[in-house]
Design a protein around this ligand. Structure first.
Ligand code: EPU
Length: 339
């Protein structure tokens, strides 16, 4: 059991924030995990933070407890039937590498989720989504370790209560489980989803003659690379806020004052607004103070240009929220976890 002390977490969070963890260790098997959890250190070093790819977290101060990095690895085809492959991936696998593996093997269903930063374990946590696909559409089951009961439990689709960037693991079970593996239901016959205009346009630009999951993946990679910063170059955690959902009545009122407002009807009553548009209209796009800022090509993404502190990024996010409330009366909710 190798526990390090007072180590920098800069390389373990995609924002690249330089804070320290009092204690830090990693586990590559369930045995290593239980050994770490059994250790007397744990009792004296609460709180505990389980870290995956660190791509949805903003550290605002040193972490005065134990950080455990999930490094469970492996991908297995556990079962197949006439329509589906049941593919199990361990939580510490890099998400995009897993997507690429599936595309190479012709396992269809997650091509629209190409290039999302982070690890497999985080994918059900916040029901990651992009370009019309969410994890809930391809989810079969997951295994999670219950920290208090010290046992492994299996969650089915219904148990997870997936919503927009949401699941039971962000709500009532927050901090109670460690996700160990996720089994996805991937199609033998692809069901291409190119409902997003941006994908259709990119496929046309690529002069794709015959649709394939590989072509869709490439289109998504091109779109994302053109407007989202690469965390390896510029620290960020993807969308910092969720897109807010308001009532159709509120939307109609806003539309009168702002005819160009971007919204997507979820049903007769609810409309999802583009937070990036709201933030841009408040003048934040491209804003920079010190090394913290609002990305110039996508206002929903906050960035660390080098040596920003988490507090500086958080301050900008709070100022953005205040100005969006003031101008539009709309409350933004942070998508990123603040520590
Ligand atoms: N927009 C602006 N200004 C901006 C940014 C966006 O006017 O600065 C407008 C766009 O023109 C477009 C609309 O807002 O009309 C939506 O923009 P975009 O397609 O870029 O998507 P998004 O709603 O900003 C969401 C997800 C992304 C995901 C994309 C594509 C959330 C919080 N974000 O962004 O997910 O990649 O859709 O499906 O739902 C993430 O969660 O980290 C993430 C990147």
């Amino acid at each position: 059991m190798n526990i390090k002390e007072n180590i920098s977490l800069k390389q373990y969070n995609s924002f690249g924030i330089d804070v320290k963890a009092r204690y830090f260790s990693a586990f590559a098997s369930t045995d290593e995990l239980t050994e770490l959890l059994d250790g007397s250190l744990l009792a004296s070093s609460r709180p505990l933070l389980i870290l995956g790819g660190g791509s949805n977290i903003l550290f605002t101060k040193d972490f005065n407890g134990l950080v455990l990095k999930n490094e469970l690895k492996g991908i297995e085809l556990v079962k197949e039937d006439a329509r589906y492959y049941y593919v199990k991936a361990y939580a510490g696998e890099n998400w995009h590498q897993f997507v690429s593996y599936c595309i190479r093997n012709n396992y269809a269903g997650i091509e629209n989720l190409s290039l999302i930063p982070g690890n497999v374990g985080a994918s059900p946590m916040q029901n990651i989504g992009a370009y019309g696909t969410e994890i809930k559409d391809v989810f079969y089951a997951l295994e999670a370790y219950h920290l208090k009961e010290n046992r492994i439990e299996v969650f089915s689709l219904n148990d997870c209560a997936f919503g927009y960037r949401d699941s039971v693991f962000k709500k009532q079970y927050k901090g109670q489980y460690i996700i160990l593996s996720v089994t996805y239901l991937l199609r033998k016959q692809p069901a291409f989803n190119i409902s997003y205009g941006a994908i259709k346009q990119e496929l046309a630009r690529m002069q794709v003659q015959e649709l394939s999951i590989k072509a869709i993946s490439e289109a998504v990679i091109r779109i994302r690379s053109s407007k989202l910063p690469d965390p390896a170059q510029t620290g960020n955690a993807g969308s910092f806020f969720k897109n807010p959902v308001i009532s159709q009545t509120e939307f109609n009122q806003l539309k009168q004052s702002y005819p160009a407002i971007t919204g997507f009807s979820l049903n007769d009553e609810k409309v999802k607004l583009a937070a990036g548009w709201l933030i841009e209209q408040c003048g934040w796009k491209g804003y920079r103070k010190g090394d913290a800022g609002c990305y110039e090509k996508q206002a929903l993404v906050l960035v660390n240009y080098g040596r920003a502190t988490g507090q500086e990024v958080l301050d900008i996010s709070n100022d953005i929220m205040a100005s969006v409330i003031e101008k539009f009366g709309v409350v933004l909710e942070k998508e990123v976890n603040i520590f």
